[in-house]
Design a protein around this ligand. Structure first.
Ligand code: NDP
Length: 244
């Protein structure tokens, strides 16, 4: 995997989980363009753009997370900006949802975020600064048929961000939650045409999002301009979830 450490003063060590494709990759490119030192986790070998460090990790496995952090810390220094983005869906109606459908989604999306956040905050506390921007989903506040597991995992991120804000806010660490609406990635391609049509009916903007539209907000929340925002839940959904 490519590793180009920028020499720019103020370049931060940024880590995005599941940054080898989709929204995560768009976020990685955005931080790279900002002059930061960017690393992403991937599970299976992938081609990454020049300048992005790829480290192998499965967020359901604490040992692989620790190994990935050690690699990133050796190359770029302690992680100052963490974006827990890795996520999966196993959509099915409640009556058909097995316990494994539920717990495996919670394990990857919510416990996975907990694992990387806990590992990252060790370094952030020493630095006395850090930015955590979790990629949740509008499904976490709006709900969606067939997504009892996924919605629960994404809603849980709000509790994590707000508790971290209260525990670590005085140490210069912020934790926020972004709730994307429907974004044009592989995950969205798994959805049936009928469901896509239904989603569209709920979106005042009358279009789905590009991954870069999520990435821009993540980069801004991690910037100095957003230094006094923590524990916030920010929908980026073309207006779909207003009032929820
Ligand atoms: P993709 O399916 O395109 O990418 C998912 C990413 O997560 C991949 O990089 C994948 O790695 C990684 N990943 C999944 N499970 C694990 C795991 N156990 N350990 C490590 N990495 C893992 O999804 P999107 O880019 O669309 O989604 C990114 C995030 O945004 C997710 O959390 C998703 O829930 C959220 N989101 C997406 C929306 C959408 O409409 N697309 C809407 C709202 C939120 P690998 O390539 O190895 O499989």
């Amino acid at each position: 995997m490519t590793n180009v450490v920028t020499d720019q003063p103020g370049a931060r060590s940024v880590l995005i989980t599941g940054g080898n494709r989709g929204i995560g990759l768009a976020i990685a490119k955005s931080f790279l363009a900002n002059g930061d030192k960017v690393a992403v986790t991937y599970r299976s070998e992938t081609e990454l753009p020049e300048g992005i460090l790829g480290v192998q990790a499965d967020v359901t496995d604490a040992a692989s997370i620790d190994a990935a952090f050690k690699e990133v810390e050796a190359a770029h220094g302690p992680v100052e900006v963490l974006v827990p983005n890795a996520g999966i869906t196993k959509d099915t109606l409640l009556m058909r949802m097995t316990e494994d459908d539920f717990t495996s989604v919670l394990d990857a999306n919510l416990t996975g975020a907990f694992r990387v956040i806990q590992r990252a905050t060790k370094g952030m506390m020493k630095l006395r600064k850090g930015r955590i921007v979790m990629i949740s989903s509008v499904s976490g506040i709006y709900g969606a048929p067939g997504q009892v597991n996924y919605s629960a995992s994404k809603a849980g991120m709000i509790g994590i961000a707000r508790s971290i804000t209260r525990e670590l806010g005085a140490r210069g660490i912020t934790a926020n939650v972004i709730m994307p609406g429907v974004v044009l990635t592989d995950m969205f391609n798994e959805v049936s045409d009928d469901v896509k049509k239904k989603y569209m009916e709920d979106i005042p903007a009358a279009r789905f999002a590009e991954p870069s539209e999520i990435a821009n907000v993540v980069r801004w929340l991690a910037s100095d301009e957003a230094s006094y925002i923590s524990g916030a839940v920010i929908p980026v959904d073309g207006g779909a979830s207003m009032g929820h």
